[in-house]
Design a protein around this ligand. Structure first.
Ligand code: GUN
Length: 281
């Protein structure tokens, strides 16, 4: 079984991006800039944002974090986004989720200029992705996609089963795999026989947030299994896949942690660079 090393893949991607930033700087005499807005003091969000900033600096991007207390009003945040939309030194804007209840998430997402939406959450980018046009692609499914392609460059006709239908993961994952000519099934909590669906798969992407849901006997021999889950349990952080069982049947499997997670941040940097390039023509 191939243990898919997300840390290594992310380090390689960052190295490529670092070289790209050097050549962009030589060509345009400026570097792409990423601005992250962090609201409140949720610890996981603070950790994510710190990692994003560290990685952005590593590849040579200009990076800025704007912090607000939980009590900030929506208008202040929207006005800051408008200001960043106009700022030519900012290529990408990311507002860290989740947001406090009094701030309308959708309004925030839709205020970000689609061309600076490094999360790929704006309806314009969601629409462009579904039409097969150029767009920012949400970082986690993009990271999963790159890991799958490393294992299997030709996905023509492969049967992919996605567990979970979220806007963040399941749906954009479907679009990326469809574009690669996979036959894609999206399963969810109302799916009649999840095990039977998974047993058909050449590729499984599990992104539901249920600890160790995907069992060994749900996976046929030779399947590529990507585990997006990060679940806190009594025995520590586990994914949506029962790692010990599934590793006996899978051709390749991502660990949790150290699989998809590191790729998500590297893809954010990739998206920032893509946003920069699209505005330099
Ligand atoms: N919080 C957890 N994951 C994400 C993400 O991919 N983007 C944003 N903006 N917030 C998050």
């Amino acid at each position: 079984m191939i243990l898919i090393d997300g840390k290594k893949a992310a380090a390689e991607l960052r190295q490529e991006l670092k070289h790209e930033v050097i050549s962009l700087k030589a060509k345009y005499n400026k570097v792409p800039g990423l601005t992250v807005i962090l609201i409140g003091d949720l610890t996981p969000s603070q950790i994510y944002v710190r990692n994003k900033e560290k990685s952005a600096n590593e590849v040579g991007l200009k990076s800025e974090v704007i912090k607000y207390p939980d009590s900030v009003n929506e208008k202040t945040v929207l006005e800051k986004i408008e200001e960043l939309n106009k700022d030519k030194s900012v290529s990408g804007i990311l507002v860290q989720l989740p947001l406090p209840k009094h701030i309308d998430k959708q309004k925030v997402i839709e205020t970000i200029l689609p061309s600076k939406d490094v999360d790929g959450f704006h309806p314009m980018n969601v629409g462009n992705l579904s039409l097969g046009y150029e767009s920012s692609v949400p970082c986690t499914p993009l990271g999963c996609y790159l890991l799958i392609k490393k294992i299997e460059p030709n996905l023509n006709g492969k049967k992919a089963v996605i567990v979970g239908r979220s806007n963040l993961n399941g749906k954009p994952m479907m679009q990326l795999l469809l574009k690669e000519n996979c036959t894609v099934t999206i399963t969810h909590s109302k799916t009649k026989d999840l095990k039977a669906e998974c047993l058909e798969a050449d590729i499984i992407v599990a992104a539901v947030g249920i600890p160790e849901l995907v069992k060994g006997d749900w996976v046929k021999k030779g399947t590529i299994v990507i585990d997006v889950g990060i679940n806190k349990t009594d025995k520590g952080i586990v994914g949506d896949v029962d790692f010990d069982e599934v590793s006996k049947n899978a051709k390749a499997l991502t660990p949790v942690p150290g699989g998809v997670g590191p790729m998500t941040i590297a893809c954010l940097l990739k998206n920032t660079i893509e946003c920069f390039k699209r505005t330099q023509i």
